[in-house]
Ligand binder design. Structure first.
Ligand code: B12
Ligand code: SF4
Length: 565
């Protein structure tokens, strides 16, 4: 039995991290003895011929994609290609989007055979077993599937998975090296669930109101393992890491007991932090805590059932400052009850928070299927202006209400975009005219490198142009790098000096490597998973990046010695 999991495309600007849901599903399938592969279209390019080759080579029985609302169109397009290429392949989808509009999705998309609802680790194994046993899905709870011309819903699973029994995410199947090269954070979770009921969030419906915790020792085992993969930052992706203080304390205590040097960030709620906990988190490596602030208007906060008050937000920011952790708060423009006045309040409050050292971010309301603000939008006076799911990225206005027009909201979105662009170009100018600070220069160099790497990844430069005859172009490392640089320039149009700096950095850090054999040199991203995997006997290696056969290859510094970056 072979299962291909697909992580659909979404833009690098969203700061993706290696796909966690897909890795959990892959882990569950591997434990059930299923052969699994992951096609990750966030850091590799999609084209139909490539998909066709992958299907021919792997011969999957089932292809399953994940999606949130904004990635649904990309996900269903891959599924459509799969069905066109090989109609006998069974297709499935799950995730935060289709879990809440499964029937409508199956009705509209004949290329999709089944939707998994909510948490998928047990469901996906049940789907495989039912598929093997004559495709009778009627006994599999938690799915909606096509049965001839009928769409059948077997209902929710009715219980939440014990997260301590789950296998670790099978990250070795994901092209981790590319995420590492792009300096993106890596995510993990210590719990699932959220007791709050914010009307714009699907988190609670997806993972339940009762929080299920993992044991601290297992959490820190995983943290230790992912720290060994060479990522600079771990993102604790729990909906609410600080929901139960004794759990958060236990995780931090375990990190400290092991002396693990790892830099991490987490999501929180202003009601669930205090100074002793924040201090402990800081000591254990936490550098930033992100709060969903949503609005600066008390009435709106009440309407969206956030359960927070402005004085408490200020207190939480002060507590972070006292503990030495960077506070971050995010707002949503366009919540029910928004007016020009409430937007001014948000603007003034954000400025006040900035003066207190709090970073802030703003998203536009995107009413996702499954949320109260989508399902009861009439009650909330929200008019949805598009049914194109790819527009649900929350960076531009897609709603309006009597008191807050589309134009008003979109003007804010444009201003945010313009401000970000201007900040970048001002920094670029400072770098070019020699007046930039050290920090500016580092940021600029990082952005420049990432531009080169991302173009190389999304244009498949190494896969299609990264191997050649060394007799023709020379075999010293300088020759190989120069030839690769020329090819990257020809394909991406990036500036030669920027390419040279990026390639030099990639070689030094071990993101890229080459091998020469039989007169041919071949360049690859250092994508392989770790040599040591969870559950393997024997000691874990210092770092998990395979050292190239090239004599001059310089391995990256292990994260432990880059303590608390
Ligand atoms: C951490 C996180 C992120 C991280 C991603 C981390 C990662 N490596 O995956 C970052 C910061 C990058 C991120 C970005 C965004 N996120 Co986000 N994120 C979360 C958060 C808090 C946890 C996600 C997570 O890792 N869960 C744990 C894993 C195990 O769950 P999962 O991915 O959903 O997968 C499980 C099931 O869905 C199911 N499943 C999934 N796929 C499949 C496929 C099949 C075949 C089957 C059977 C089952 C199945 O099984 C999986 C295992 O149980 C959730 C909230 C939440 N509680 O889910 C929001 C959440 C997923 N994000 C959300 C949004 C909107 C975004 C952004 C669009 C941000 C924005 N611009 O507004 C981007 C889009 C990025 C993207 N393509 O996912 C929304 C999605 C709502 C929606 N309908 O679209 C959520 C639900 C929060 C909310 N506001 O309601 N996010
Ligand atoms: S926004 Fe945060 S606190 Fe509110 S329901 Fe979603 S995960 Fe919970």
């Amino acid at each position: 039995m072979r299962f291909l999991l697909v992580n659909p495309f979404y833009p690098i600007a969203e700061i993706p991290s290696p796909p966690l849901g897909i890795s959990y599903l892959a882990g569950a399938l591997e434990r059930a003895g299923v052969e699994v592969r992951v096609l990750d279209l966030v850091v590799t390019a999609f084209d139909r011929a490539k998909l066709e080759r992958a299907l021919n080579e792997f011969q999957p029985d089932v292809v399953g994609a994940t999606s949130v609302t904004m990635t649904f169109n990309s996900a269903i397009s891959v599924i459509r290609h799969v069905k066109e290429i090989e109609p006998s392949i069974f297709t499935a989808m799950g995730g935060a989007h289709v879990s809440f509009c499964a029937e409508a999705t199956l009705a509209k998309h004949p290329e999709l055979d089944l939707v998994g609802l909510g948490e998928g680790e047990e469901t996906i194994v049940d789907i495989v077993r039912a598929f093997e046993n004559g495709r009778d899905f009627s006994k599999v709870p938690g799915i909606v599937y096509r049965d001839g011309n009928t769409i059948r819903n077997t209902g929710a699973r009715g219980y939440w998975i014990d997260v301590d029994t789950l296998p670790w995410p099978a990250r070795h199947l994901v092209p981790l090296g590319r995420y590492r090269a792009l300096d993106l954070p890596i995510s993990m979770t210590t719990s699932r669930g959220c007791p709050f009921q914010c009307i714009f969030c699907t988190g609670r419906q997806l993972v339940g109101a009762k929080i299920r915790y993992r044991k601290a020792a297992s959490v820190v085992d995983e943290m230790e393992y992912i720290a060994s993969l060479g990522f600079k930052r771990v993102n604790l992706a729990d909906d609410l890491f600080t929901a139960r203080k004794d759990h958060a304390h236990a995780v931090c205590d375990e990190i400290l007991r092991r002396g693990l040097k790892v830099t991490w960030t987490s999501f929180s709620n202003v009601n669930t932090v205090d100074v002793p906990l924040l201090r402990k988190m800081k000591e254990a490596g936490c550098i930033l805590v992100s709060f969903g602030l949503e609005s600066a208007n008390a009435e709106i906060l009440k309407t969206v059932r956030k359960g927070t008050k402005i004085p408490r937000i200020i207190e939480a920011v002060q507590m972070c400052n006292e503990a030495g952790i960077q506070p971050h708060g995010s707002f949503i423009v366009g919540l029910p009850g928004e007016t020009p006045e409430t937007l001014r309040e948000m603007h003034d409050f954000a400025r006040r928070l900035a003066e207190m050292g709090c970073q802030t971010g703003v998203h536009m309301l995107a009413p996702f299927p499954g949320t109260a603000v989508y399902e009861q939008r009439e009650k909330y006076g929200i008019r949805l202006l598009t049914d194109d799911w790819s527009q649900f990225h929350a960076n531009h206005a897609i709603t309006e209400q009597d008191s807050a027009s589309y134009e008003l909201q979109e003007a804010i979105a444009m201003e945010i975009e313009e401000r970000a662009k201007k900040a970048f170009w001002d920094m670029a100018e400072r770098v070019l005219n020699g007046t930039a600070s050290e920090e500016d220069r580092e940021t600029y160099a990082r952005v420049e490198r990432h531009g080169v790497y991302y173009d190389m990844m999304m244009q498949d430069v190494l896969e299609t142009d990264g191997a050649w005859d060394v007799k023709r172009y020379g075999r010293s490392e300088a020759d190989l790098v120069a030839e690769l640089g020329a090819r990257v320039h020809a394909r991406t149009g990036q500036k030669p000096d920027a390419i040279a700096r990026a390639l030099d950095h990639a070689l030094r850090e071990g993101f890229l490597r080459y091998s020469v054999s039989g007169g041919r040199c071949t360049w690859t991203w250092t994508d392989e998973g770790p040599m040591w995997r969870p559950g393997d006997a024997g000691a874990r290696p210092e770092r998990a990046i395979e050292v190239s056969s090239a004599a001059s290859f310089a391995p990256p510094t292990p994260i432990a010695s880059r303590a608390a970056v």
